[in-house]
Design a protein around this ligand. Structure first.
Ligand code: HEC
Length: 193
């Protein structure tokens, strides 16, 4: 009986000490992170992108790449966002993909384009049904830049995805070049519907 009580007292003491450590360890300084385990994970030597940096003239860590450089593996698209650029891309730019490379093209189109263009490319997507200006059908419509939508070339479609057109925004930051080409191939399919 006595031994049992000793254990109870010991247990209660341990719990009291533990509880008071937990309660008192916070509250002194609200901005303190408390004990840090392996603090060099937080306080590293390398500069964070948003930190000041005396190594560069403008004092910033995040630097733009030098003008005229191309990241490894990036394919340039040097056609300006003008009608002239659009027509030049139409003549000179061809899709580098073959039909075998188009896995996932439909998913990309459904996610990024069908809200306006509709899953079959007829210009009747969900947001259009709620009043957004309707794009022309890929198979039956006319492009506002001239010609039938079904005749839009690789280069014209790629140019449109890259820069957008009027009520349609640019998708350059959502779709990388490879993904844009997949979507282009999928639109060629929708042009035949
Ligand atoms: C917010 C709605 C919206 C979304 C999303 C959208 N578009 Fe469009 N798109 C339009 C509208 C509106 C037009 C007609 C613009 C005009 O001619 O003024 C258009 C036109 C086009 C054209 C015809 C361009 C031409 O030269 O006439 C193509 C090609 C096209 N879109 C491709 C795409 C692709 C590919 C995606 C997805 C990556 C996409 N669009 C996403 C609204 C959208």
């Amino acid at each position: 009986m006595l031994a049992m009580n000793k254990f109870k007292i010991l247990g209660a003491t341990v719990i009291t000490i533990a509880a008071s450590v937990v309660i008192t360890s916070c509250g002194h300084d609200k901005r303190s992170t408390g004990w840090e385990y392996a603090p060099n994970m937080y306080e590293h030597i390398a500069y964070d992108p948003d930190q000041k940096n005396p190594n560069f003239k403008d004092g910033k860590t995040a630097q733009l790449p030098p003008a005229g450089t191309t990241p490894v593996g990036f394919v340039r698209f040097d056609y300006p966002n003008t009608k002239v650029g659009y027509e030049a891309a139409s003549l000179e730019v061809k899709s580098p993909l073959t039909a075998a490379d188009t896995a996932g093209a439909q998913v990309l189109f459904v996610h990024y384009c069908s809200p306006c263009h509709g899953t079959k490319g007829q210009g009747d997507g969900l947001v259009v049904q709620h009043g957004y200006p309707a794009p022309p059908s890929y198979s039956k419509g006319q492009s506002s830049r001239g010609g039938a939508m079904k005749d839009l070339t690789d280069g014209k479609i790629y140019h449109t995805i890259t820069y957008g057109l009027n009520a349609m925004g640019s998708y350059a930051s959502q779709l990388n070049p490879q993904e844009r080409w997949k979507v282009v191939m999928y639109i060629h399919h929708l042009q035949t519907l």
